[in-house]
Design a binder for this molecule. Structure first.
Ligand SMILES: NC(=O)c1ccc[n+]([C@@H]2O[C@H](COP(=O)([O-])OP(=O)(O)OC[C@H]3O[C@@H](n4cnc5c(N)ncnc54)[C@H](OP(=O)(O)O)[C@@H]3O)[C@@H](O)[C@H]2O)c1
Length: 271
């Protein structure tokens, strides 16, 4: 169903969360760059609606059997993968005190456990000199009150990626993470609707196409962790170095983000 990459010598990219705002933009741009693109999504939409990928496979990151089957199907569909972008993710913003168990489990399974299991399952298919990119978040660097579980999943993902990067170096497989600020996608809409952290608005929300271009530019840069700007990189490093510094900055950051959110709500970009 899907030509073997080595036979055609066309590079293969796999994108999880391919039906989402950022994932779909990534798939479009990867195809423009000449990749054969395998998308992963829980939904099985008609082919006409998924023309931005060469092939859409079913994958539910909350289901270990589905993960196993997806990896097997990918292995049958191509001899090797050159680029794997883990872009699926879910958020259920709510204070921990009011959280039901189901969204806790769903966020950890989708954002962390499922990602680790799928990584494990596809490693035999990763080509020499291939690259794995994890879509992390600013929540993977500084804690977002009201999104504690999402924060925990992204902190965990950061640690996983950093350790994996060391493990896979001898196999010549690169591992890196990207930490976008807010992006104008259904996920941000969910956060706006359900009282997500105002700190999402520290920087103006970007369009998914711009973020996809930036993520793909990280493929050519050789950084293990990629931030939207040097300013973000500096502050994130300072926050990790000192939680006390983070606490000191939080009131200022919150006030700034509130004014940005008000500006965003007035604009027509969130319609
Ligand atoms: N939007 C932002 O402001 C923002 C900021 C920083 C980082 N990020 C990160 O960027 C990534 C993409 O976010 P987005 O904004 O593009 O989100 P989105 O538009 O809401 O898309 C989410 C994607 O995740 C997939 N997904 C959800 N649950 C899944 C599951 N159990 N198994 C498999 N796939 C599942 C969805 O696919 P199906 O429903 O088709 O299965 C969908 O394709 C996420 O990892 C997110 O944490 C987003």
């Amino acid at each position: 169903m899907f030509e073997k990459s080595r036979e055609t010598r066309q590079k293969v990219a796999v994108v999880s969360g391919a039906s989402g705002g950022i994932g779909r933009a990534l798939c479009h741009q990867l195809r423009q760059r000449g990749y054969r693109v395998i998308g992963l999504s829980r939904q099985q939409a008609p082919a006409a609606e998924t023309s931005y990928v060469d092939c859409m496979l079913a994958c539910n990151l909350s289901d270990s059997q589905s993960i196993h089957e997806t990896a097997r199907t990918i292995g049958q569909a191509c001899t090797s993968i050159d680029l794997f972008i883990f872009c699926a993710g879910v958020i259920s913003p709510q204070p921990v005190a009011t959280l039901e168990h189901a969204p806790v489990i769903e966020q950890i399974q989708t954002n962390l456990l499922g990602v680790m299991l799928l990584t494990n399952a596809i490693l035999p298919t990763m080509a020499k000199d291939s690259h794995i990119i994890y879509a992390n978040s600013m929540a993977g660097i500084f804690p977002l009150a009201g999104s504690s579980v999402y924060t925990a999943s992204k902190f965990g993902l950061r640690g996983f990626a950093l350790a994996l990067e060391q493990e896979l170096k001898p196999r010549h497989i690169r591992v890196s993470s990207v930490f976008p600020g807010s992006v104008n996608t259904p996920m941000l809409a969910t956060e706006m609707e359900h009282g997500g952290s105002v700190l999402n608005f520290m920087s103006a929300p970007q369009e998914p196409e711009a973020i996809a271009t930036w993520i793909l530019s990280s493929h050519v840069r050789n950084h293990v962790e990629n931030f939207p700007s040097s300013f973000d990189r500096l502050f994130c490093s300072l926050f990790l170095w000192s939680p006390a510094f983070l606490r000191l900055c939080l009131p200022l950051m919150t006030a700034w983000a509130k004014s940005r959110r008000a500006h965003y709500r007035k604009s027509d970009r969130n319609t």
